[in-house]
Every structure is written in structure tokens, then in C-alpha cells.
Design a binder for this molecule. Structure first.
Ligand code: FO1
Length: 312
């Protein structure tokens, strides 16, 4: 395994951020690129909020709140508390330090800067050497059709409704018109290995794969692609991925994940807890790699990254 390989990671939020933090422990940072989902971005209080980009940025910058996996460590909530007193919208918790990033991003957007440029500026200022690329600079929005209701935006489902209502369908508004962000295609073409992070396959990975040209390249380079299952022992460590698998008609296990990724990846990394399903994963056409996938600390995340690199 050579140390000069370029690694591109298709990334969502918390799971991807933890994996990337492990990866940059064991691989030269400047050779790591993350293609980050933007389909759960939204506007609130007039501010441009990019939760997955911020989660990855804060995690790689050593600034993330270790309890939640998103937002800032040592955060204060003075603005939110005052907003609450005024009767403003506080269902989506924005801390004071986090707000500074949204203010900066929103102002730069109004100056005409792209999300790619702004992300680069923020990373430079926070000392992040890995390359973070928004999957697109155009607006893509995950929307879910909920049981007994209509279509809602992702954060309405995920935060306001605590992902408690069953999902009947999924769409990505704007996906047909969206182009890959600058360097996204090149980073996939030039990567020596591509990793699909342990993120939600429906709302984090799919809206990246469905951007014009992105899924096609990944399929073409399938032999270089390894996916990591976000499902362990039939459950997701965080979020609604396992329920969404079931609700959208897939087996809620690593076998369901394998059936979603079989055209895009040549191997699926699964946890020891799922070793008994390895043969069923292989029956979908993916090689299975069994290892510890629970990233409860940075050393475990680094060990997972090492195992993934060893299988690409
Ligand atoms: N998740 C929550 O469950 N509740 C929140 O109030 C919340 C606020 C928030 C603020 C900034 C940010 O970057 C992320 C935040 N998240 C919150 C997480 C976010 O909804 C999810 O991590 C992603 O969108 C899913 O990948």
C-alpha cells in the first residue's frame, strides 16, 4: 500500500466526518478529498446553512461538539435563547459560534462567491489540509413524502419532526439541473481509491451519486470503490437509516445496503456483528470486508480507515 495514493470520500454528516478524521490520522491530509452532500442545506433566519459541510469541517478542525457530533464544542446559546424570548424560530439549534460561520457564508454568497470558494476559505482559516468539495454549487434539496402527509424538506423531517414519521418516498429537488462542483469530477477520475463513507445511503449518499456525471464515473470506477455500511447489527448508530431502508422497501441490514451499492462499489465494509451476513452480501456481487466499524474514538476511526485503505 503506497502512501501517495489520492483518496476521495463521498461524505454526508456525522458518520462521514468521524471516518474522515480517522483517515487523516493514517494518510497524508493533502491526498484526501471529501465530496460533501449539500442536499440537506437550507435557509433559516435568512442564513445559508450547510450542516454536512460544517459537520465535516468542525470534526476535521477538532472543533466539533463530541456529544452530538454536529455543531461546535464549548458552544454558547445566547442568540438562540434571546430569539426564543422574542418568539423567533428556535427548532433548529444554532449556537453562537456556529452562527458566525453561517453569517460568513451568507455574506460571501451575497458577494457572489460559490460554496466551493467559501468552503475553501473556511477550511484554510481553520487549518484543515484535506480538500472539502461541496458536491454541487447549485441548490439540491432532499424532500421526503411522509406517511399521512405531503412532501417536507429534510430538516423539517429530521429535526422538527425528529425523523419519527415513516417515509413513503424521496426526491431531490434541483438534481436534474445541478452540475458537479468544480474539481468534483476530477477528484473522482484521479482518485486511486474512492470510499463511500458510512452515511445514510438515501439522504446523504444518493443526492451526491445522482448529480449529473457523478454516479456514472463511480460506476465506471467500481473496482476502486469501497463502501462502508452505516448499518451495524440491523441498526444505524445515529439517525433514521435503518428505518428508511425498511420503509423504502429494502432489507434493513448490511444486505439491504449492499443491494443499494452493488453497481457503485466492489466491496462493502461491514462490522463483526454482521459477519454472519457476509455470504449474503457477497451474493449481491460485492466483496465483503469484516472489521470493527464503530468509531467510538479517534483511534478506532483510524483503525477503520487503515482497514479500508488496505482493501482498496
Ligand atoms: N440536529 C438536530 O437533531 N437538532 C438540531 O437542532 C440541529 C442543529 C444543527 C445546527 C447546525 C448543524 O450543522 C447541524 C445541526 N443538526 C441538528 C444536525 C443536522 O440536522 C444533521 O446532522 C444533518 O443535516 C444530517 O446529516
Amino acid at each position: 500500500m503506497s502512501e501517495d495514493r489520492r483518496i476521495t470520500v463521498v461524505a454526508g454528516g456525522v458518520g462521514a466526518a468521524k471516518f474522515l478524521r480517522g483517515l487523516v490520522q493514517v494518510h497524508p491530509n493533502h491526498l484526501v478529498t471529501a465530496l460533501v452532500n449539500v442536499a440537506d442545506d437550507f435557509r433559516l433566519h435568512g442564513l445559508a446553512i450547510s450542516p454536512d459541510l460544517d459537520t465535516v469541517t468542525y470534526t476535521l478542525g477538532g472543533l466539533v461538539n463530541p456529544e452530538t457530533g454536529w455543531g461546535r464544542a464549548n458552544e454558547s446559546w445566547r442568540v438562540r435563547d434571546e430569539l426564543e424570548r422574542l418568539g423567533g424560530e428556535t427548532w433548529f439549534n444554532l449556537g453562537d459560534l456556529d452562527l458566525a460561520v453561517h453569517l460568513y457564508r451568507t455574506q460571501r454568497i451575497s458577494n457572489g462567491a460559490t460554496l466551493t470558494e467559501i468552503t475553501k476559505e473556511i477550511c484554510e482559516r481553520l487549518g484543515i489540509e484535506a480538500q472539502l468539495l461541496p458536491a454541487s454549487n447549485q441548490e439540491i434539496r432532499s424532500q421526503l413524502k411522509l406517511e399521512g402527509g405531503g412532501w417536507v424538506d429534510f430538516q423539517d423531517y429530521f429535526v422538527a419532526q425528529q425523523h419519527s414519521v415513516p417515509v413513503e418516498n424521496l426526491r431531490f429537488r434541483g438534481i436534474e439541473e445541478a452540475l458537479p462542483g468544480p474539481s468534483v469530477i476530477a477528484s473522482l477520475e484521479e482518485a486511486d481509491a474512492i470510499v463511500i463513507a458510512p452515511s445514510n445511503p438515501f439522504v446523504s449518499v444518493k443526492p451526491v451519486l445522482e448529480i449529473t456525471g457523478v454516479g456514472e464515473i463511480i460506476k465506471r470506477r467500481r473496482e476502486k470503490v469501497v463502501a462502508i455500511s452505516p448499518i451495524i447489527g440491523g441498526a444505524a448508530l445515529k439517525g433514521p437509516a435503518s428505518r428508511m431502508l425498511e420503509e423504502l422497501g429494502f432489507e434493513s441490514s448490511v444486505v439491504g445496503v449492499a443491494s443499494l451499492y452493488r453497481e457503485f462499489a466492489s466491496a462493502l465494509v461491514i462490522d463483526h456483528a454482521d459477519a454472519k451476513l457476509a455470504a449474503q452480501v457477497e451474493a449481491t456481487g460485492l466483496r465483503s470486508v469484516v472489521t470493527d466499524t464503530i468509531m467510538s474514538d479517534i483511534d478506532r476511526a483510524a483503525a477503520l480507515a487503515k482497514a479500508v485503505l488496505g482493501n482498496t
